[in-house]
Unconditional design. Structure first.
Length: 108
């Protein structure tokens, strides 16, 4: 993967996903009103929502690609070095982050 354009292409193909510019220069992606991924201003890193166990496994398996972000509740965010991550792995992480966050609209 290369950076923001690749992340954007993957995420905006998912239903109910929107891109939101941040005041700090980061680019955020959200669904169901909740942010689940963002890319740093320099486009070198992304922060991706994951489960805590997934965060630990990724960091242990490939510390040159993944770093622990922060943890909140059952989630452990993962810092991803975009120039180093294989495209298929990043796409899988982004799709899973969306799945963890997306809530379909209620039917009336």
């Amino acid at each position: 993967m290369g950076g923001l354009d690749d992340v954007r292409r993957t995420l905006l193909a998912l239903p109910d996903t929107e891109e939101v510019p941040g005041r700090n220069g980061h680019t955020y992606f959200r669904t169901s009103g909740t942010i689940f991924t963002w890319v740093t201003e320099d486009e070198r890193k992304a922060m991706v929502k994951a489960m805590r166990a997934e965060q630990s496994a990724l960091v242990a398996e490939a510390p040159e690609i993944y770093e622990p972000g922060y943890s909140s509740g059952r989630f452990g965010w993962v810092v991803v070095h975009l120039a180093k991550v294989p495209a298929d792995e990043l796409a899988e992480l982004l799709n899973e982050a969306w799945r963890l966050t997306h809530r379909p609209p209620r039917q009336r």
